[in-house]
Every structure is written in C-alpha cells, then in structure tokens.
Ligand binder design. Sequence first.
Ligand code: PEP
Length: 257
Amino acid sequence: MRKFIVAGNWKMNTTPKEGKTLAKAVLKKAKLGKVKVIFGPPFTHLDKIQRLIKGRKGFATAAQNMHQADSGAYTGEISADMIRAIGTKYVIIGHSERRQYFKETNAILLAKTKKALENKRKVIFCCGESLGTREKGTHFQYVIRQLTSTIFKLSPEEFKDIIIAYEPIWAIGTGKTASPEQAQDMHFAIRAAVKKKMGEKLAEKVSILYGGSVKPANALEIFKQPDVDGGLVGGAALNADDFVKIIDAARKTDMGR
Ligand code: PEP
C-alpha cells in the first residue's frame, strides 16, 4: 500500500515565531488517519519545528535543501549530517526554484540525493516541465529525462527511500493548477518509467506527489486520481486552515483506497 503524503514547503517564509504558531495550529486541528504530514520550514527553525512534532505520530519535517559534501568550506550551506543530527527525516531536492535560481544541475541533484540517502534521509525529489515544454508537447519526455539523469541512476535499494513530486513549473505559485487528468497522465507515465527501471514492486510502492497551486478547492479532485499519492504544497501550506483542509482531503482519499 502506498503512503499518502502531504508536505508543506514553506520556502523563504515565516520567522521562527510565525513558523511555530503555524505548525502548532496544524498539530492542533489536523486529523491525519494514515496520512503522513511533513513541514518544510526554513533552516532557522527546522530544529524548533522538529522538536515541536516530536512524539506526534504521522508528522515529520523536511529540509528544503542540503549540500552534497560531507562538510567543509561551503559558506552558507547545510550538510546531510546536520539535518540528520536534529532528527529531520526528509530533504526536498530538485525543486524548480533551486534548479532555476541556484543553477542546480541534474548532476548536482543526483549527488545531493545520494548524500542524503547515505545519511539515511528520505528524499522528496521534484521534477516538472516549463510552460514552453508543455506547449511543445514534449513534457512526458522532458520529465522522464529529468528522472533518467538523476534518481533512475540509483540502485533499487537506494530508490526505496525516494518520494517523487511532480511539479509543473507553470503551476507553481501561479494559481494555475494542472487539471486532475493532466496530473494523472504524468503520474501514470512516471510510475510506468519507475516500473521499467526499478521493477514492479518499487513502482507500486513509490509515492508520487503532485505540486502546483494545490489548495482546499482543488485538493480532493487531484488526490482522487489513482496515481496521485498526495501533494507538495507551497502557498497554501502557510495558512493553517487551508493546510488542514488539504490534509483532510488526503485523509478522505486515502481511506477510500
Ligand atoms: C512548491 O513550491 O512546491 C509549490 C507547489 O508551490 P505552490 O503550492 O505555491 O504552487
């Protein structure tokens, strides 16, 4: 049975105090069922939020990024070992904003992923096409190529700690969401590619999240798609009530599976 996951990527938002208030409100109101809920705060309060969720079943934290080296002269960077030391289980790697603004190539993303896995962290690996690529009609090839150049180079043993997040760039922070059919078609193609590369067992097991303007109004329809196993949520994760409603949509869908 695949794990249903709702992960919030807070990006460069919230002070430690605001983050704590946000997480506390979600912890108080959300009913998870078997859904896993992940908070992705900035590094300044990752430890604080990790302490807050300690002992709360179903909750976890994610780092939004990490460096591929073990340690050293990399001013401003955070290592897998540091993330591990505070008990944060997940790392988001390959977000389109990291690829675009910080020039993270597939080679860098693979190195980061391997380092996170070596340190027993689970990786939420993001992929997704631009509007131009979708309009050209080459989005399936593009996304599969992103995966072929990165996480498909892992061994099946490593791959079992991967969660894939399909995030069409044209839907991130734009208010435009992929239709449930567009999401399903891509998730189906990704799962088929995982099956070809990693085998049926891992293809059935890997959670594939959708990301791109997920909100309470569209979450249920997207989550109902058979190959969608939850969401990576940006903007709506900053509002406790909205995030709780999205978690609720996930719980309802998960219960019906
Ligand atoms: C994201 O940044 O991962 C994201 C999906 O953002 P938003 O929900 O705001 O589109």
